[in-house]
Design a protein around this ligand. Structure first.
Ligand SMILES: NC(=O)c1ccc[n+]([C@@H]2O[C@H](COP(=O)([O-])OP(=O)(O)OC[C@H]3O[C@@H](n4cnc5c(N)ncnc54)[C@H](OP(=O)(O)O)[C@@H]3O)[C@@H](O)[C@H]2O)c1
Length: 228
């Protein structure tokens, strides 16, 4: 078992984030999580009392992320692990049919959101030269399919952004673009419809994923990795 860590985890209200929270908390780690749905955040506060901490934050809003980071750094301290998990997928459609509003929502959450979280949490981590940043990528961050061009654009961006970040971090830290695999979540149902039911549950996946994530360190920095 690894030493207890303070973990910042975005998109904790559903899907992979929710399942990661369960595994991390059970292993004795402290999770500071966020999501947009206030009802889900309230329920998480009841289910996982302090020192765990949950906030209603839209990661695409830099001001909200800034306040959240100040609060977490003040109360819990500097995270040892930062997992940028929150993201959106577009409804399947050719790129020319995607409305500006939907495209902006995707880039806002998937690229700007990840950067906002890095902007407000990573300086404290850099100061102590310690910590691992995991940015969730996708198979569609390394390949493409028709119907998901906006999502592919954001996940290919995450690969590039994370590899460049890895080159900027001081020795002893790591930034890793991680493809989680294919898991039956709300997001997969948007892309695959009912066929998503043929894939692994988030709860089963999280057992392997947490092992993989907790083992990441400087030797992995800048590498495109996957939860096998
Ligand atoms: N499922 C898969 O097969 C699969 C495959 C490849 C990659 N991924 C990646 O894995 C990650 C998790 O995906 P998932 O399948 O668990 O998706 P999901 O079921 O749709 O859950 C997404 C989570 O992100 C949160 N979120 C979305 N936009 C947000 C925002 N602007 N601010 C804060 N929170 C936000 C959602 O909560 P609220 O609605 O409460 O905000 C929710 O908790 C994503 O990065 C995704 O791209 C998933």
């Amino acid at each position: 078992m690894s030493a207890p860590r303070i973990v910042v985890l975005t998109g904790v209200t559903r899907g992979l984030g929710r399942a990661l929270l369960r595994e991390l908390a059970a292993a004795g780690h402290t999770v500071a999580g966020c999501g947009r749905n206030a009802g889900h955040i309230e329920a998480l506060r009841r289910e996982y009392p302090a020192p765990h901490s949950f906030a209603t934050v839209d990661v695409s809003d830099d001001v909200q992320v800034s306040s959240w980071a100040v609060q977490i750094l003040d109360t819990l301290g500097i995270p040892e692990l930062l997992i940028n998990n929150a993201a959106l997928v577009n409804r399947n459609a050719p790129l020319w049919e995607i409305q500006a509003r939907e495209f902006d929502a995707l880039t806002g959450a998937n690229i700007n959101g990840v950067t906002n979280v890095i902007r407000h949490f990573v300086p404290a981590m850099v100061k102590v030269k310690r910590g691992v940043i995991v940015n969730f990528s996708s198979g569609w961050g390394r390949s493409t399919s028709a119907g998901v061009a906006p999502y592919c654009a954001t996940k290919w961006a995450i690969e590039g952004l994370t590899k460049a970040l890895a080159q900027e971090l001081p020795e002893g830290m790591a930034a890793v673009p991680l493809n989680p695999g294919i898991i039956d979540t709300d997001m997969l149902r948007i892309s695959f419809g009912d066929e998503a039911g043929a894939y692994e549950s988030p709860e089963r996946w999280a057992v392997r994923a947490v092992k993989k994530i907790l083992a990441l360190g400087p030797k992995d920095s800048g590498k495109s990795l996957s939860v096998d």
